[in-house]
Design a protein around this ligand. Structure first.
Ligand SMILES: Cc1cc2nc3c(=O)[nH]c(=O)nc-3n(C[C@H](O)[C@H](O)[C@H](O)COP(=O)(O)OP(=O)(O)OC[C@H]3O[C@@H](n4cnc5c(N)ncnc54)[C@H](O)[C@@H]3O)c2cc1C
Length: 296
């Protein structure tokens, strides 16, 4: 490992100042589940590590002004069991509950999952379907970055952890007649990223016969978490039926472009799995929402 200083500031401004002083040779660390492995393997270098997990304001999950806000030090374990997320974003709570192992979930953060920029990251995929945004700070600057723009390619983020800190993730509260879902296909004994995962955020019209808004995210079928825009547009344009759901899933499968991998399976197989899993997940969200609304 290659760092010579490990700092644990108590405030955000302290953390940003430490990064600035390191002049590009410092780097933020949260749970360290990705970063420590990269440092060990020589995948990246850092003289100074700045640990953000002691900063209290980054540990919150809250609803404010129509947004759900999640701090950068929130772990997968916290998110998976949080009542607000289970209620407002079941897909995200479910995705977080399936990351790695209890030990990894206990320290790994949602923001680290995003900045590591893996196309099948289990928190990033539902956050993409939820159209999340990231608050990015550096000394003297602040911006909101749509999650989709946080990626440059496999393992490459547009956020620079040697200069910038993501402080929170936010997304809109679920609208009336909304529902979210998550699916994941993985090898049985694997403690790693899945062979395939996906998340849906659907908003139905009051009659529940149409999908007014569809957001579908799938991984790993591109060099970054992927929005199946063709399938979304189709689903928004037709009345709900078994045939329409099958066609939306077929379009998503045709759009998907997974690589053949010895570990994660062949491209043809995974494209077919996109079709099967999506058909099942869309149908189950339709059924669940009808049942929920009829029970009111
Ligand atoms: C055994 C094992 C199994 C795993 N299984 C899964 C799995 O099933 N699914 C899955 O999705 N992932 C999995 N992972 C990957 C990993 O656990 C997650 O990506 C985790 O969420 C990363 O978060 P972290 O807090 O540990 O990030 P860190 O390792 O601390 O950081 C990751 C990157 O983000 C940067 N960073 C961290 N915080 C900030 C911030 N606030 N602002 C800017 N940059 C920041 C760091 O500099 C670094 O570049 C696994 C990892 C291991 C080791």
């Amino acid at each position: 490992m290659n760092w010579s200083a490990y700092e644990k500031p108590q405030t955000l401004s302290e953390a940003l100042t430490l990064l600035e002083k390191a002049g590009g040779k410092g780097r933020l660390i949260a749970g360290g589940t990705d970063l420590v492995l990269q440092l060990k393997r020589g995948g990246c270098r850092a003289d100074r590590l700045v640990d953000i997990t002691g900063i209290l304001e980054l540990k919150k999950i809250e609803a404010l002004d129509g947004w759900i806000r999640i701090g950068a030090a929130v772990t997968h374990a916290q998110a998976a069991k949080h009542p607000l997320l289970r209620q407002e974003a079941a897909a995200l709570a479910e995705g977080c509950s399936q990351v790695g192992s209890p030990q990894i979930r206990q320290v790994g953060t949602l923001v680290g999952n995003i900045v590591s920029a893996q196309p099948a990251a289990d928190a990033a995929i539902p956050l993409l379907a939820l159209e999340a945004e990231l608050k990015v700070l550096s000394v003297g600057a602040e911006r909101w970055l749509p999650l989709e723009e946080a990626y440059q390619g496999i393992g490459l983020s547009t956020v620079d952890p040697t200069k910038e800190a993501v402080t929170e993730i936010r997304f809109r509260k679920m609208e009336e007649n909304g529902a979210t879902g998550f699916f994941r296909m993985a090898r049985r004994k694997a403690l790693t990223l899945p062979m395939l995962n996906g998340a849906l955020a659907l908003r139905f019209d009051p009659s529940l016969n149409r999908v007014e808004k569809a957001r579908i995210a799938i991984g790993p079928v591109a060099d970054r978490p992927y929005r199946a825009r063709g399938a979304e547009a189709y689903l928004e344009s037709v009345a709900i039926s078994k045939e329409a759901i099958a066609e939306a899933a077929r379009i998503a499968s045709a759009e998907a472009n997974p690589r053949s991998s010895l570990i994660r399976g062949g491209a043809t197989y995974r494209k077919e799995m996109v079709r099967l899993y999506l058909t099942r997940e869309i149908q189950s969200l339709v059924d669940e929402t009808k049942k929920r609304e009829q029970g009111r």
